[in-house]
Design a protein around this ligand. Structure first.
Ligand code: IMP
Ligand code: MG
Length: 190
């Protein structure tokens, strides 16, 4: 059975997200930003982040798919675009994790062509060890090099609904048995 360890607890996440909310508030005081959440991984982070920001704001969603290839090419495609124009708006991109940076790099370049007044990036996790592109990241929740699941982050679609962030010890083991961490759910019940 593949193993994982809780790296950031619910309480640690709650405290960190509250601080991120205050930091964004300080940046954007008196303005009405639009938070652009990148589907699907960032939805749980977004839900907590907006409740930590006592500011009038809009929310919009974008979904991106990357073409799987080795080496990574950074070729990505928008599979669901924003509903509203961001022209003249203060945009905050809300990401779950910046890893190679290729996805965020593409997203930044794309959104910047649409005439926003400003664009900030707020990511729950920053993983710099595998960085290929160097997009600007303004606010970071946690730094780690580990492969994480939980709090929105998935492995092949699973584990987004774990309320904490867990580091996978044995990624090859998990690839061989993608449902192998479901024992983790029993630790969160009750
Ligand atoms: P990148 O920065 O273009 O490499 O893309 C980051 C994306 O890779 C994230 O949005 C996730 O979908 C995925 N990813 C990278 N690292 C992890 C991880 O540790 N757990 C889950 N997904 C990850
Ligand atoms: Mg993602």
């Amino acid at each position: 059975m593949p193993q994982a360890d809780i790296l950031f607890t619910e309480e640690q996440i709650r405290n960190r997200v509250a601080q991120l909310g205050r930091d964004l508030l300080e940046d954007l005081e008196g303005r009405r930003p639009v938070l652009v959440a990148v589907l699907k991984g960032s939805v749980i982070f977004l839900a907590d982040l907006i409740r930590a920001m006592t500011i009038d704001c809009d929310v919009d969603f974008i979904a991106i798919s990357s073409y799987q290839s080795e080496p990574k090419t950074g070729v990505v495609r928008i599979v669901k675009d924003l509903e509203e124009s961001i022209e003249g708006r203060d945009v905050v991109i809300v990401e779950d994790i910046v890893d190679t940076g290729l996805t965020l790099n593409y997203l930044l370049r794309t959104l910047e062509t649409r005439g926003p007044s400003s664009v900030r990036v707020c990511t729950l996790i920053n993983k710099t060890v595998r960085r290929i592109a160097e997009p600007r990241v303004d606010h970071v929740g946690f730094e780690t090099g580990e492969f994480l699941v939980g709090y929105g982050l998935d492995f092949k679609g699973r584990y987004r609904n774990l309320p904490f962030l867990a580091a996978v010890d044995d990624l090859a083991g998990l690839a061989a048995d993608p449902a192998g961490l479901t024992g983790f759910f029993s630790r969160t019940a009750g």
